[in-house]
Design a binder for this molecule. Structure first.
Ligand SMILES: N[C@@H](CCC(=O)N[C@@H](CS)C(=O)NCC(=O)O)C(=O)O
Length: 85
């Protein structure tokens, strides 16, 4: 099982969408609530690694994906591939 971390704000509809999706998919994940300030060093690092300045960002075994729909699409594609095996 990959290690999934969701970087988020508590009050963010896009983050809520990803939390709901991962929960529905029964994919275990941990959350890290980040600072609202884009100048925060952790936010800067997340933006650099994911290529997007916003949250949600997900890390999966060290790979970073930003944008809620891209995150969902990634897992849907991965699940489809695994079901084909
Ligand atoms: N299209 C993006 C939108 C994400 C977005 O707008 N996130 C807001 C929080 S709800 C954000 O990160 N705002 C803080 C900022 O822009 O610094 C997605 O679907 O993930």
């Amino acid at each position: 099982m990959p290690k999934i971390t969701l970087y988020q704000f508590e009050e963010c509809p896009f983050c809520a969408k990803v939390r709901l999706f991962l929960t529905e998919m029964k994919l275990p994940f941990t959350t890290v609530t980040v600072a609202p300030n884009r100048d925060d060093p952790q936010r800067k690092e997340l933006a650099q690694k994911s290529g997007v300045p916003t949250v949600p960002v997900v890390s999966i075994d060290g790979k970073y994906i930003g944008d809620s729909q891209k995150i969902i699409d990634y897992f849907l594609k991965k699940t489809k591939k695994e079901n084909k095996k």
